[in-house]
Structures are given as C-alpha cells and as structure tokens.
Design a protein around this ligand. Structure first.
Ligand code: NAP
Length: 294
C-alpha cells in the first residue's frame, strides 16, 4: 500500500501547533510575529503565491502584510525599501517574491535582506551557516518544509541513501546540506545529481529516498526508481489542460501514475511540497520571532 505524503494534512497539523505557540506569546502580552512579503509587478502566479502566504500567516495568528510595488520600481528604490524594513523592529520576517522584473538583480535584492529576517533562507550568511552545520541560521524554506513533511509522516533519513535530482540554490543544494547534516532530520548519505550526471538512473535506482527538483514534468519514470523507495516531488510546472477553465494544471517532475505502484510513499503535485514550503516559511518566522523573546 503506497502512502500519500499529503502536504496539506501535514501543514494543517504543524500550523495548529504554531498557532498554539503564538497564542501563548500573545497571552504574555507580546505582539504577534510579523511577516512582510514584497511583491513587484502584476505576475499572476506570484500574486497567487503571496496571497497563499498571507492566508497562512492569518491562520496561525501572525500579522501578514504584502507591500506591493510597480514593475518599473528601480533596483535602488527597492533595496531602500528593504533597508527600511530591516531597521523596523516590529517586523520579524521579510521575503521578496521571485521572479523580479529583468532590470532588478534578484541576487542583490536577496542579499539586501537582513540575514536575521531572511525567512526564505536565501542569504549567503544563512547558506553559509547551513554549509558549516551551524544551528542558528535560517533554513531555506522549501528544503526545511520537506524535512517537516518527512517528520510528520515518520520518514527518517538517518543512515538512508538520499538521491536528489537538481542542484539549485533554493532546493537541491540546501536539501543535500540539510539531509547530510549531523542533526535529527539529517544523517543521510546524500548523492546530488544534475544535468551533467552520467547515467542518472544508476543513482536514482539506488535511492531509499528520491527527491526530484528539476522542473521537467513527468521526468522520473517507474524504471528509474527502486521498489519501496520514498519519492518527494518538488517540481511544479504549469502544463496545458483544456478540461480546466484556466487551461492549465500543475504537474510534478515524477510520472506519478507509473511510479505510484512501485514505491512505499510519494508526494502528490499539487498538495505535496507546495504547502510545506509555506509551512517552512511560517516556521522560520516563528523561530526568528522567538529568538527575540525567549
Ligand atoms: P532550477 O534552478 O531550474 O534547477 C534545476 C536543476 O535541475 C538544475 O540543477 C539542473 O542541472 C537540473 N536538471 C535539469 N535537467 C536535468 C536533467 N535532465 N537531468 C538531471 N538534472 C537536471 O530549478 P529549481 O528552482 O530548483 O526548481 C525545480 C522545480 O521545483 C521547478 O519545477 C520549480 O517550480 C519547483 N519548485 C517548487 C517549489 C515548491 O514549493 N513546490 C519550490 C521551489 C521550486 P544543472 O545545474 O546542471 O543545470
């Protein structure tokens, strides 16, 4: 029987625990945690993602605010806005929704966020702490959310062979660091694969836990996975679906139908990793907030 690793179920359960902690802080007279999301321009998908983050904030009792800027804001003006938020003690977490318009450097903007408020975990300081195994950095939200999902479903990476496809700075690479860390969620032996990996199937077939983040819908087929493996599908690509009003649906990087029968557990797309990324973000915000008061 294959277990569906449902991110909405795990997220709901974790968010109840977060809400209870926030309520305790409020009872003691503290203000609630505050997360600000910066949204530049009118991109439909970005507006949806930011909206979902704001709703998640409200669910757990945070103050969630969206600061919107026109698509033609200059890079300098955007960085000045970030610097103002950096100085505001009443704001705990700050994220800038990506992608940004082409005239703005995402790297410069990401690095302008104070590392202590960088609840997406993209800042060099936080990535450096992760690489060094320091426990006081902010973990990247998607990989952190995946570790929370695994914990919720009792999937222990300890001593397992984890194979990751994709080495991006937001998913694959930090995921490899988290799961190989000498930490409760880690202690795995990790193989990190990418587009230059020769004979990818040789590695994927050895995986006890296979994490897939390359952005190619349906890429991983049944013959590439080991019997009984755990599959985490991070991929989310819009593919055409004429049966829907929108004309599209989200598809993961794993060919779900063919892989499902062979494995012991698998995340669906949507409702798998997506809600856990937001949960990682919320958890990071709670942790930076608590560090101020505890
Ligand atoms: P990315 O920056 O484009 O990186 C893709 C990675 O996949 C690269 O390392 C690339 O290798 C590797 N790759 C591409 N083709 C490959 C192939 N044929 N064989 C092996 N490796 C290959 O992507 P990303 O930002 O990590 O995102 C990956 C997917 O996850 C996307 O669908 C994205 O939408 C999704 N995502 C979802 C969430 C969520 O919350 N659900 C969050 C983040 C991302 P090279 O480095 O050699 O080019």
């Amino acid at each position: 029987m294959t277990l569906i690793l449902d991110g909405t179920v795990a997220a709901a359960s974790i968010r109840i625990q977060i809400a209870a902690q926030v309520a305790e802080f409020k009872k003691k007279g503290h203000r609630p945690p505050c997360l600000i999301a910066i949204l530049v321009g009118e991109d439909g998908a970005s507006m949806t993602y930011v909206g979902a983050k704001k709703i998640a904030c409200e669910e757990v009792g945070f103050t969630g605010k969206v600061r919107r800027f026109r698509a033609d804001i200059s890079e300098n003006d955007l960085i000045s806005e970030i610097q103002k938020i950096n100085l505001d003690d009443a704001i705990d977490g700050l994220i800038v929704q990506l992608p940004l318009p082409k005239h703005i450097s995402e790297e410069k903007v990401t690095q302008a966020i104070l590392p202590q408020k960088d609840v997406d975990g993209f800042h060099y300081i936080n990535m450096g702490k992760l690489a060094k195994g320091a426990s006081d950095g902010v973990k990247p939200a998607t990989p952190y959310g995946i570790t929370l999902l695994m914990k919720h479903y009792g999937i222990d990476a300890h001593g397992k062979h984890v194979v990751i496809i994709g080495r991006s700075n937001i998913v694959g690479r930090p995921m490899s660091l988290l799961l190989s860390a000498a930490a409760p969620y880690g202690n795995a032996s990790v193989t990190l694969c990418h587009s230059r990996t020769k004979d990818l199937s040789f590695f994927t077939k050895m995986a006890d836990i296979l994490i897939v983040a390359l952005g190619k819908p349906g890429f991983v087929k049944a013959e590439m996975v080991k019997e009984g493996a755990v599959i985490i599908d991070v991929g989310t690509t819009r593919v055409e679906d004429t049966s829907r009003k929108s004309g599209w649906r989200l598809k993961g990087d794993v060919d779900f139908e063919s892989v499902f029968e062979k494995v012991s557990a698998i995340t669906p797309v949507p409702k798998g990793v997506g809600p856990m990324t937001i949960t990682g973000l919320i958890m990071n915000t709670l942790e930076v907030y608590k560090a101020k008061f505890v």
